[in-house]
Each structure stands twice: as C-alpha cells, then as structure tokens.
Write a protein that binds this ligand. Sequence first.
Ligand code: ADP
Length: 631
Amino acid sequence: MAKQQFKAESKKLLDLMINSIYTHKEIFLREIISNASDALDKLCYISLTDDKVNMSREDFCIKIKADKENRILTISDNGIGMTKEELSENLGTIAKSGSLQFKKDIGEEKKDTDIIGQFGVGFYSAFMVSDNVKVITKSYNSDTAYLWESEGTTGYTITEAEKETVGTDIIMHIKEDTEDEKYSDFLETYHLRMLIKNYSDYVRFPIKMDMEKSREVKPRDGENPPEFETYTEEETVNSMIPIWQKSKSEVSDEECAKFYKEKFFDPDDPTLTIRISAEGLVSYKAMLFIPEKTPFGYYTKDFEKGLSLYSSGVLIMDKCADLLPEHFRFVKGIVDSPSLSLNISRELLQHDRQLKVIAGNIEKKIKAELLKLLKNEPEKYKKFYSSFGLQLKYGVVNDFGTHKELLRDLLLFYSSSQMDQTSLKDYVSRMKEDQKYIYYACGETTSKIDKLPQTELVRDKGFEMLYLTDEVDEFVVTMLDEYEGKKFKSINSGDPELESDADKEKIEKQKEDYKDLLNFVKESLSGKVSDVIISRKLKSHPVCLSSESPVSLEMEKYFDTIPGENKVKAQRVLELNAEHSIFKTLDEAVKNDKLKAEKLAEILYNQALLIADMPIEDPSHFTELICEFIK
Ligand code: ADP
C-alpha cells in the first residue's frame, strides 16, 4: 500500500512533538498506557451489554514487553482495537480525539465510563523515543487485523495483518542512544517498572510485565556456596486502586499516614490529613496533608510548592503550583479529577477554569480544617503554627493584604494574660468593657517586651497585650488594621489612650507648664528626635522612645537588616515622665545650668535608645557622661 501523508497541521505538530514539546521523553509510556487503558475501558463497557465480547472485568489487562537485543518495546492491550477506518482516522490526524467521539456516542450521562480522552497528541509521543512504530490492531467490530506503520513525519502505511485476538499491540523500535539521551533505558525492565510506578500506578487495569528474578536451586552444601538461577515471572506492576479513590471508611488513619510518608519522603506522620470528594460541576478527589515540621529549605526560593495532579489515576503533573495559594504552600498531597480538560502545555493548564474551581475549593477546605483543628485540638494547632505560622503571616501581608480576611482567624500571638498563644477572636472576647483597642508590643522576645517601661500602664489597667516577636508581626497588624471593629494599638505609639480623664487634664497642664523644658530638650537633641513630649504611658521609668510615623521603631530595625542605601527611619519621639525625680533635676538644670541640662538630655535619650533595644550612636561618650554625673 502506498504511503499516506499525515494531514498538514498534524505533520507540523508531529515535528514539534518529536523535537521539543515534552521535555520529559519518558512520559511517552504514560501516554501509550493511557490509550491502552481507554481501549480497555471501552470494551469493558460494551461487555456489560454484549455477550459477544465474552470477557469479564478481570480478563482485561495491559502487557509490556522489552526486547533489548532488537530494541523493541511492545505495549499490548486486549481492549476495543481499531478498524481500518479508525486507524487512519485516529492515527492519521493528530489531536483527533477518538475518545471524545466515543464519549459522545454513548451519551454524556453515562458517567461510569470515564475515559481519559483529552490528551490530544498522546499517541505521537511514541516518536520521541522510537524511529519506527507499528500498531497491529484488531477491532471488536472487525474480523480482519491491520498493521499501521510509520517512521515519523514521512507518513504511514496501513496493511492487513495477522492477529488472533481483539486488541492492539504498539510495537516501538527504540532509537539509538545519543550523547544527551540514553534511550536504552526504555528497554530496561527496572526502569520501565519505575516509570509505570511513577506515572501509571493507579491505572485501573493490571499492567503486567515479565520480571527477571532469582531463586535458590541448591542450598549451601559444606564448602560449596548456594546455587541460584534466574527466571522470569509475570508480575502486575501497578497497584491499580489509589488510596484517595477509596472511601473514608475503607482507609484507616494509619494507612493515610503511611501513604503520606512514602510518597512525600517524610519520616513524621502528618499533623492533618484532609480528604475531599467533590461531585458536581467539577468532580475530583483530593487527599491533602499538612506536615508536622517545616521541611528543609522551606522558607527559601528553592522550595517548590504544588499538589500532584492526576486524571483518573494517571499522573499529569508532579507539582501543580496553581492548585495551591502561596499562603498554604506547605500543604502536600494529590488531586485526581476525571473532568479536567487537560492539555499538554502548562500554560494552557494554568488558564483552565476547572482547575481554578478546584484550587478555590481546596483553599476554602484547608482553611476550614485548620479552624477545626484550632477549635478542637488547640495544642496540635499550636504545633502546626510553630512550623507554618510565619507563612500565614506573610500571607496576610503579601499581595497588598488581599488574603487578610481569609487568614486572620488562623493567626496566633502570644498574650500577656494567657501566657500562651491566643487567637484574635479569643482576645477580643476577653476585652474589658472600657478597652477600646487591641494592644500590642513589639520586641525581640517576650521577656524583653515584659521589661519595656511602656507596658506598665497597660498591665496596671488589666488590659491584655499581644507580644509581637516576629519581624513580620507589626506589618501583619498594620495590614489587618482592625479585628471585629477593634483597632490595633501599639503601646509604643505616641498616645495609647490609656489614661483617665483626670490624667489627661494633668498632662495637658504639664505640657503648658514645661513648654520651655520640652523645647530646650528638643533643640539640644535636634536631628535625633522629631519631638519631645510628656509621656502618657510611663509610670516608674523616666523615659522611653516612641514613633509618630507609620514606620515604627521595630520596623526601622527590620529595614536596617535589609541591605541597601536608603534606610527607612522612624520619626523618633522622646517621652519624658514628668512624675519622675530626674524630671525635676532636668527642670532645674534647664532653668539654671544649660550645659548640665544638655548633658542630661543626651543621657536620657541614650537610655531611651537602650531600652528600645536600639544602638546608641556614641557609647564611649555616653559612659563618660554617666561617670561625670555619678562621681
Ligand atoms: P487521545 O488519546 O487524546 O484520543 P491519541 O493520539 O493518544 O489521542 O490517540 C488517538 C486515538 O487513537 C485514540 O483516541 C483512540 O481512539 C485511538 N487509539 C490509540 N491507542 C489505542 C489503543 N491502544 N487501542 C484502541 N484505540 C487506540
């Protein structure tokens, strides 16, 4: 028979296919096996109503045979096969999906037969690894078998052939090895087995392969070592039913944990296992895990997020990043959906509407499950939070706060009244009647914060205070702005609004009375502080620093750690405690001894810097000044 040409556009695609589209050539095996599995599905479906098939579910299988010597890899199935017309229709035109046609023929409502018919150019991937492909097939609807043969872009021939049983053999002549590619690997049973395990483990028909094995034929006998012989035995390589396809009642927690540990190479049990079985517009099953510990390199750029994406048991993408939002990037797991209209290119997959729906559902479900954990097993949640809380905080701050509403209930902060982590919801529920704000203090550690003079008044009032000890924390509360209508307030802000009305009046009066003092100190510290005020929050300490700009002192410290020229500075305000004895000394000095007053102002400013855990500009000058006063 004369050689027939592929249709023009098919030829172009085939060229592309052979030369570039898939970077992982190994996936040809997945594609061919998926086609075989579809063919089995089709005949299996027909066998339900047609006795002529004369086969039961258990008889259907896929066989893989590697002949190293002749470089031939054969993949056989006893599925529906192809007629001569179908051969030229299906394998003469790339992207003509026979499976889709079949789906239309039987009617969409018969959902049981889910056929992966949407891979488009699947079959042609065989040419990525072979220089000659023969397809010998006999259709369930025909008595004659046919041979389709092609060497790639040059075209194909179809001739009559001999084949006893219904089904299809795909016979590939594997290319010679090149410098870049070791095609011979595709003839090694151990390699094929690994690929099947990896990509096609959950194909629902057995994939059988002759495996070489060794057995003892003669035991050790005195001096003589035992004798072994090699033999071949047919083995089913794939495990067929994926754990996520089984119902909850069929799978124990231990089995899920075991699966997680093996699949994701984690020695620890997951903190949480989430199972989703969605039916409807988009059907899919998902099995998600939250690891117990932060994986190595988690907070680096190298960490790759994503869920394994399957379509009816066939692996499509190992780490599909689009299925997980950044703030839940610690989640591992798999998603399996027969309804995805998958295409070979990742770019197209990204725009898939169904994928977006799944990703949206998954995000909601993860949040709901975490909230449940927080409510029912708070200790376990805290453990989770110590591993991934930072990620959630970054999630609040990132993307201009787009996700803050989703994430705020998952946040925890250390609380002064609980001496433990608390959620914002719990904090607000404990707020006193006369408490207007959610108070927080920033510092390196909780014990350092405890020693801040500014915390005294909050404590005296009996108000609860949140300790923000992560660098990102203050950005988080700034982004949140409020929780259930309660604004956040730093105890470090100029006016934490803690004083009573009487105190307020008193401070107003002091402001007036000590106007000269305040101006004097401000001037002598010019360039260092933007203002000097009578403090509204100090009790027993003489001074503290606060900030009147949106950039707080803690933020300034954070920005200082980032390399770069333009440092963002807080506008420092020196607060003086008018009730403190040193204040009187200062007042007298301002009136009678300006030089002494200047020195005192500098000492007080440096003390405030020390308390705020900020570097002082000239430490030796500072100690000299102190010595001068104590001698
Ligand atoms: P797709 O699988 O997306 O339909 P392919 O190029 O992989 O695209 O295959 C084209 C068509 O060839 C299939 O739809 C199917 O009808 C037919 N086909 C491929 N392999 C087999 C097989 N092993 N048995 C029966 N038909 C097959």
